[in-house]
Design a protein around this ligand. Structure first.
Ligand SMILES: [Zn+2]
Length: 475
């Protein structure tokens, strides 16, 4: 596309703002023809290569190994070297350690006392692999390696049967005895675990220097109430760890619904609201960038925290204020979840690999991009006004470290996804003449010199605090 760079408007601080103004003005006058302003950035050949190195075969090897432990219940045995969670976590640690000396692999351990579905003292160990970047800001790719199986599985629970995920097949003689019943958990969540491990391999062996630090996290205790993720998120808050985004994958390896519907070409991405929360922006980002690098796989953003009545580890991060989304296969087979039938036979490796590619493209783009810009003033107010005419959209933002340019996004205020965008230079303000800020949602993303884009920060009206009106006593 040929573009003409001309002077549009001088903002109030005297900085000349260059935008693709001819195109922009044309688009405004003609009522938003998307093609008029959309610029398709070139794909980064290093990311293309990284995505192409994801191996279906290797995903299969990992899944078969995870299945071989027979159970990975958080409350299962830790003494065997071949069965139970102790053997499983050690294998995951050793496997990731072998990928690259750049990858720092460790247990993230906690001593937990009985509470909720944790029925005895137990040591919980998340397995984490850290690929240090130039900056401390962190991007997580995660799954949970623990499993559960109960009589009847999730299929029975969905049909109104017993829903206790820790129901034992027979009551234990000793309450401290390990919970060792068969729970292969190949899809839930061997699939997310294998995806995470495979991404640890391809990212650490890519030779790419990322700006963000990447963390490949295999959580434990998910089936007891997101316990491993909650412990880690709690620690991140206490230690002020800058977690920018979490891509959580849980049940992402099956493409055949229990109702017979097959869909191997799409993936759901759940994101909690409100509508312009950072998690929603992260889901839009995955749709935008996952879609560019893996056009054969469709991302379906879901404007809700998770499926009805069900949960996942991303919600543990959301609950403590972090930006996190949950990837879920599009067509679930509930008879193979929380059930002894959750075996390797229920997996589609081509489908799991496509989901891994979408994760890889999105996480790599985000990790190479600058952090998303803040649009809040010192007084915590969104920096958007109608100046100078009273009828313009006047947007300001704080410079993001490493940004070489920015992209402005907008959509009508009833829209679910960005409808228009325009790239501007290395500036921190722009004026869009005659754009009513009451009718559109605006946002801005930061872009580095190589064209890697952050997710969007939206201009959101802060909620008003309601106070009671005082009236005269006795009236
Ligand atoms: Zn799960």
């Amino acid at each position: 596309m040929t573009t003409k760079r001309v002077r549009l408007k001088t903002d109030t601080t005297g900085i000349t703002v260059h935008v693709l103004s001819m195109l922009l003005l044309v688009s405004i006058a003609s009522g938003f023809s998307r093609t008029a302003v959309a610029q398709e950035p070139d794909l980064d050949p290093r990311i293309v290569k990284l995505v192409s190195t994801i191996s279906e075969e290797h995903l299969g090897v990992i899944l078969k190994k995870l299945e071989s432990f027979e159970t990975r219940s958080t409350l299962s045995s830790t003494t065997s070297t071949s069965r139970g969670i102790g053997a499983a976590r050690q294998w995951i640690l050793d496997e990731m350690k072998g990928y690259s000396p750049r990858l720092k692999v460790s247990f993230d351990s906690y001593q937990v006392v009985p509470q909720g579905r944790i029925t005895r003292d137990v040591e919980l160990r998340n397995v984490m692999a850290v690929l240090p970047g130039r900056s401390p800001r962190r991007i997580y790719v995660s799954g949970h390696y623990d499993t559960v199986a109960r009589p009847g599985g999730q299929g029975t629970a969905n049909a109104g049967g017993p829903a206790d995920p820790d129901a034992r097949t027979a009551p234990p003689a000793d309450p401290n005895a390990p919970l060792d019943n068969l729970a292969p958990g190949v899809n839930d969540d061997g699939s997310g675990t294998a995806l995470t491990i495979e991404l640890a391999r391809v990212f650490s062996q890519s030779g790419i220097e990322f700006d963000a630090t990447l963390v490949f996290m295999c959580h434990v205790g998910e089936e007891q109430g997101l316990v491993g993720a909650r412990l880690h998120a709690q620690k991140a808050v206490a230690e002020k760890t800058p977690i920018e985004a979490v891509f959580n994958n849980d049940i992402v390896g099956n493409d055949r619904g229990g109702n017979g519907i097959i869909d191997g070409a799409t993936i759901r991405v759940y994101a909690e609201g409100p509508e312009d929360s950072p998690s929603r922006e992260l889901a839009r980002f995955v749709q935008r960038w996952g879609g560019r690098y893996v056009p054969s796989h469709k991302v379906r953003p879901m404007a809700r925290p998770d499926r009805f009545g069900r949960g996942g580890d991303h919600s543990a991060y959301n609950a403590l204020g972090f930006t996190a989304v949950g990837f879920r296969e599009s067509r679930e087979n509930f008879t193979r979840q929380h059930d002894v039938r959750d075996t390797f036979e229920g997996i589609s490796l081509p489908y799991l690999a496509q989901n891994a590619r979408v994760n890889a493209a999105s996480a790599a783009t985000l990790a190479l991009a600058p952090p998303p810009p803040s649009v809040l003033s010192d007084r915590n107010q969104p920096m958007i006004t109608r100046a100078p005419t009273g009828y313009d959209a006047n947007l300001k933002w704080n410079a993001a470290p490493g940004a070489a340019s920015y992209r402005i996004f907008w959509r009508e205020a009833w829209g679910s996804d960005w409808q228009q965008d325009v790239r501007v230079g290395n500036v921190t303000s722009v004026i869009l003449p005659n754009m009513q800020i009451d009718d559109y949602v605006f946002g801005v993303a930061a872009i580095d010199a190589g064209g890697h884009e952050s997710f969007v920060t939206a201009y959101v009206t802060p909620p008003r605090v309601s106070t009671d009106i005082k009236t005269k006593p006795g009236t």
